[in-house]
Design a protein around this ligand. Structure first.
Ligand code: CA
Length: 548
């Protein structure tokens, strides 16, 4: 399977042109060098396009800040491991690979442990121990790479060790066939951006953010995970657990969890989970997890405490999962709290359709059409399920009232659940959301959807005022971008839109320009029409088909 054609000589001209353009556009320091590596060449040469080095090791040893290393097509049985750091964004060390440059058969494909300002672009890594190590790495970029076949655990890791892994980016990569987690952010991983990746076939989670526990300063925080397409197929699809804190999880497609895990396991604190589509997960039974499983309990034989506190879970679609849609479960763990989680403007649709009757699961006629499952609610405080659509498209038996909630083992209709003395549920609806084409993953709303303008504002202003500092009832629905992405663009009803630059406390938003607002004004992400819609996609009437 190894043995690509010796294509290096034929690509010289193209490469030289590309490099001239690249160097001109990138504004490299005058001293920066461009080096070439090609298998079957000679490390004693000058490392030029015409006389490339033979090994990555030679490049690793020779690079200086600002340099670019081109890996020409061929197979490499070596690790990318530069001996020095880049200096800044303008003086990075870049390994740029042509599409058929491949690293295979080594312990680790790239090792950026304690490195800074390194970029790896276009690399293929196959059949290794780990794809890459980024513990202690800062300001490194991994982009447009393809990683398959990791037999170590995990695929790519950051945050383990004594130095923080910060401000790294992993984008537009394909990752598959991993023993363990595809990308793992543990302990000291903060302010990293994981976006636009496609990850599948992982035998634990595709992306895992996992900390040390409450009160520890070793919990992954302020990371942004967005626009990834995740499909585990072998276990849980995504995990935020053991107290991962203050992370933003948005616009991900989360599917393909198998019978041993949920789509998204959330046993963590103060995270924002929004605009994700969690669909097509097998998930587990009513004794354990729904497709989105929020829970407090122990991990690892009672060694790790997992609370679930203060998460803001809104504008998600949880649909067509085999078992329950959303579950909140308090396991038997006196040290673990489950409180103050808000679930707002979500659509929980048509889960539990075709679960099996394996003895591990309860039979369909015992549990109905569960979309929402709450277990051990006596240990929960201040939970809010507010303005969600919770609906089963196929009541069983046909024509039955929709027993869509399983509350401490007891089936309830939505109306019964809303009258529970806990007051956890309010203003939710149970009706067909009228998605455009849900079986083919189109969860946008049709013009006659009851979800249009049926969501609520995420928070409200607490007093009238003007300026760029606005006081609100609860700022924790919003994100200022953590300095790594744009802050939220918000809409203040009756006042206009602005972008968030900072969120100094739980009641304050700082804006990029001044507004004037009344007291009690709704504050939301930017929306169309009269109010926010439920679900992921805000409906926008087209000129050709005005909403009637
Ligand atoms: Ca709207």
């Amino acid at each position: 399977m190894i043995g690509l054609p010796a294509a290096c000589p034929h690509s010289f001209l193209l490469l030289v042109l590309c490099v001239v353009l690249f160097v001109a556009l990138a504004g490299h320091p005058a001293s920066a060098s461009v080096w070439y590596v090609c298998p079957d060449s000679d490390d004693s040469g000058p490392g030029t396009a015409g006389q490339p080095w033979a090994t990555i090791a030679q490049a690793n040893a020779r690079v200086q800040p600002g340099d670019v290393v081109f890996l020409q097509p061929g197979d490499y049985r070596e690790t990318i491991r530069p001996h020095v750091n880049g200096r800044s964004d303008e003086a990075r060390i870049t390994y740029r690979c042509l599409s058929s440059a491949r690293i295979a058969g080594v312990g680790v494909g790239f090792d950026l442990t304690d490195r800074a300002f390194i970029t790896i672009s276009g690399l293929t890594v196959e059949h290794v121990g780990n794809f890459g190590m980024m513990n202690g790495a800062t300001d490194c970029v991994i982009e447009d790479c393809r990683f398959t076949g990791a037999r170590g655990y995990p695929g790519i890791q950051m945050g383990v060790g004594e130095r923080a892994a910060s401000r790294n980016v992993i984008r537009r990569c394909r990752i598959a066939d991993v023993r363990g987690d595809g990308i793992q952010l543990r302990f000291l991983a903060d302010h990293n951006l994981i976006e636009d990746n496609e990850i599948r076939f992982c035998d634990h989670g595709c992306i895992v953010l996992r900390g040390h526990g409450p009160g520890s300063d070793r919990n992954p925080s302020h990371n942004v995970v967005r626009r990834n397409r995740l499909s585990s197929r072998w276990h849980t699809t995504m995990n935020l657990d053991v107290n991962a804190e203050h992370n933003l999880i948005e616009w991900n497609a989360i599917s393909g969890a198998d019978a041993s895990g949920p789509g998204l396991q959330l046993s963590a604190c103060h995270n924002i989970v929004r605009r994700n589509i969690i669909a097509g997960n097998y998930s587990m039974s009513y004794e354990s997890h729904g497709a989105l499983a929020v829970w407090a309990g122990w991990e690892s034989r009672q060694e790790e405490i997992c609370p679930a506190i203060g998460n803001r879970i809104y504008h998600n679609v949880i649909a067509l999962n085999r078992h329950a849609g959303l579950s909140a479960i308090y396991w038997d763990c006196p040290e673990c709290e489950l409180r103050d989680n808000h679930y707002v403007n979500n659509i929980i649709y048509d889960n539990s359709r075709y679960r099996d009757n394996h003895s591990f699961y309860r039979k369909r006629d015992e549990v109905g059409n569960v979309q929402l499952q709450l277990t051990n609610t006596q240990h929960m405080q201040d939970e809010r399920y507010d303005h969600n659509l919770i609906y089963s498209a196929a009541p069983f038996p046909p024509g039955a009232a929709d027993p869509v909630v399983l509350w401490d083992g007891r089936l309830m209709t939505l109306a019964e659940a809303e009258s529970h003395p806990s007051g956890f549920l309010r203003d939710n609806i149970s009706t067909d959301p009228k998605f455009a084409d849900p079986l083919w993953d189109d969860f946008s709303l049709r013009a006659d959807s009851p979800c249009i303008d049926a969501g609520r504002h995420l928070t409200t202003t607490t007093a009238s005022g003007s300026g760029n500092c606005i006081r609100v009832a609860d700022s924790s629905y919003f994100c200022d971008g953590f300095g790594i992405v744009d802050g939220d663009e918000i809409m203040v009803a009756g006042a206009g839109t602005a972008r968030l630059t900072d969120i100094p406390d739980s009641h304050t938003l700082l804006l990029d320009h001044e507004l004037t607002w009344p007291a009690g004004a709704g504050v939301s992400l930017v929306y169309k029409g009269e109010a926010p819609d439920m679900g992921v996609f805000e409906f926008e009437a087209s000129a050709a088909c005005p909403r009637g």
